[in-house]
Write a protein that binds this ligand. Structure first.
Ligand code: ARG
Length: 584
């Protein structure tokens, strides 16, 4: 099913060719939502942009297009406005018939893409033996949403967890643990992640202050890299320990990822050095092998190098990323690769992308994108921390959101004197708490920082998950009150008369356009904004238009509008990784 915008665009392009010639077959109709509803639904700016090339006034062009444009089944007669815009107002009969088609389709009229792509989404990616922090939480929530939208549209998505599970820090950590907690290196479950993180900090201190320790730790790295069984076993135990902790968070958030950590690419790193040498890009500088970057200079104005292999022969984060990029293109056959990390890593991505491009490793057909996001801040505007200044444990953060949701829920239940079971309360609190955290993150433009506030995110009013879920609950309430069961797929005739019905109808038909935009600019807040406005428009409709009390044909039509709203909310929220509830 086409969206109204797709339908209009197709007709407009035909008319453009008929009016002004086939050289305009690919001209953009420049159709956008009208800036003000009083001008209609959509507006085309094409006559203005074509004026110069056609040597005619925009109004003259608009008039010629209109003589060729037949949209009588879609809209009222289009009008020319101002210097030469064309305004379109969709007809209520067309809106009704579109909604009727939508009702009959479990995908709500949203088609899969004609040419599915193989897309790698690299997200979450915490580090072994370190705490998973709010930055990883953002990456997890945003990356999951992007993956869900792409999957829904029919793309073949590989969700990769690029865990930091390799590097010289393991030499340091293993050496330290041999000294202070040897059982952690031979038996599983001897430590929990909290211990591991503090051992890591202590090990780092030793490493920085004790040259003897440093030397043993270096030898340990060599042992590990050459595959000595006891070192390898110790490393695997440490990874398993962290992995169990990460998994708890993924389970709470309902996140599915394939782990392919940095260590996976280890055997491919030396080929990166060889191939960059063959490509003539690698330069030896003070014992290190590096590529000098275009457009990056240091303080003195000298070209900045990207170090591929250090003078001690060790490799860097960027080297692994180069190997991973090649692997994803050559072995995973990726058409598109999306990396979700904090904006602080933007330079890292730009730099190794540049090296890969110059080496000729990125075919034209492959699109690689870094999707940066801003900081999660506390009330003080600084990076979110605990009161004592430590990194917040994600488990605590999520538990607190669930506890807050539970308290709100219990207050409501008591006030309304509703009988609810403890199981229901726990389930609903979990859904509301987790949804609130996810939605607070996704509803911001990801490039900006945002202030983390339980009160705001759990509020029943405003642009929050509880507000959206409540709109869904309202529809379920209508069914309960009318003692109706939801029909699986209906083809009720939809009659749109009241203004609030028309406004809701128009909005319902825009989800396809919003999802298409999200796949391009990877901004989940567009989908949030769409769903927020949908809830508002539904509430306005429901406040003005009686549903159960309306006369029979109107009642059926309005019930269908309620059902479409509920289905759209449920689908849209599921793409944000958010579940709905029947009561709350
Ligand atoms: N482990 C990294 C970190 O914690 C994120 C990895 C992102 N992905 C990548 N391919 N570099 O910051």
């Amino acid at each position: 099913m086409n969206s109204p915008l797709d339908d209009l665009k197709a007709r407009f392009s035909q008319a453009l060719v008929a009016a002004l010639g086939s050289e305009l077959a690919n001209a953009d109709p420049l159709l956008v939502s009208a800036s003000n509803p009083k001008f209609g639904d959509y507006q085309s700016n094409a006559p203005l942009s074509l004026a110069k090339a056609c040597g005619q006034s925009p109004r003259a062009i608009a008039e010629q297009i209109l003589t060729q444009l037949d949209v009588s089944d879609l809209c009222d007669p289009p009008t020319i406005a101002g210097p030469g815009f064309i305004n379109f107002q969709l007809k209520s009969s067309y809106l009704g018939s579109q909604l009727e088609q939508m009702q009959a389709d479990p995908r709500l009229g949203i088609a899969c893409v004609a040419t599915p792509q193989r897309v790698v989404v690299d997200f979450s990616s915490p580090n072994i033996a370190k705490e998973m922090h709010v930055g990883h939480l953002r990456s997890t929530i945003i990356g999951d949403c992007i993956a869900r939208v792409l999957e829904f549209l029919g793309h073949d998505v590989l969700r990769l967890n690029h865990i930091g599970d390799w590097g010289t820090q393991f030499g340091m950590l293993i050496t330290y643990l041999r000294e202070v907690c040897p059982q952690a290196l031979t038996t599983s479950d001897a430590l929990d992640l909290g211990d591991l993180v503090s051992f890591y900090k202590q090990a780092k201190q030793r490493f920085d202050s004790d040259p003897g320790f440093q030397e043993i730790a270096r030898q340990e790295v060599v042992r590990l890299q050459s595959g000595q069984p006891d070192s390898l076993k110790a490393w695997q135990l440490l990874c398993a320990q962290s992995r169990r902790e990460f998994q708890k968070i993924y389970d709470l958030l309902d996140i599915h990822l394939i782990e392919r950590g940095e260590s996976f690419y280890n055997p491919l790193l030396s080929a990166i050095v060889e191939d960059l040498t063959t490509a003539g890009l690698l330069v030896e500088d003070q014992g290190a092998k590096c590529v000098f970057l275009d457009g990056y200079t240091n303080k003195n104005g000298d070209p900045q190098p990207l170090i591929i292999q250090k003078s001690d022969r060790g490799f860097n984060y960027a080297t692994t990323d180069l190997a991973a990029l090649r692997y994803r293109i050559q072995q995973d056959h990726a058409d598109r690769i999306i990396y979700v990390t904090d904006a602080g890593q933007a330079a890292h991505f730009a730099q190794f992308f540049q090296v890969a491009r110059r080496a000729g490793w990125i075919p034209e057909s492959v699109q690689i994108t870094h999707v940066p996001f801003g900081l999660v801040q506390g009330d003080d505007g600084k990076k979110l921390k605990t009161r004592s200044g430590d990194t917040i444990r994600l488990q605590d953060l999520l538990d607190q959101a669930i506890a807050g949701a539970k308290a709100d829920l219990e207050t409501r239940i008591k006030k309304e004197d509703r009988p609810e079971t403890p199981e229901f309360i726990d389930h609903a609190a979990h859904v509301l708490g987790i949804s609130a955290v996810k939605y607070a993150d996704l509803s911001q433009n990801r490039t900006s920082n945002y202030v983390f506030s339980y009160d705001k995110m759990l509020a029943l009013q405003g642009n929050t998950a509880p507000y959206l879920i409540y709109a869904y609950v309202r529809v379920q309430g209508i069914y309960r009150k009318g003692q109706l069961t939801e029909q699986a797929s209906t083809t009720t005739q939809i009659l749109l008369q009241e203004e609030t019905e028309l406004v809701l109808a128009r909005h319902l038909l825009q989800l396809t356009d919003v999802l298409n935009l999200v796949t391009h600019d990877l901004l989940p807040n567009r989908l949030c904004q769409y769903l927020f406005e949908l809830s508002q428009k539904f509430n306005q409709f429901y406040d003005r238009c009686p549903v159960l009390q309306a006369e029979p044909s109107q009642r059926q039509s309005r019930l269908a509008l309620c059902q479409l709203t509920a289905h759209t909310l449920k689908l849209g929220l599921s793409l944000l990784g958010i579940q709905v509830l029947d009561r709350m």
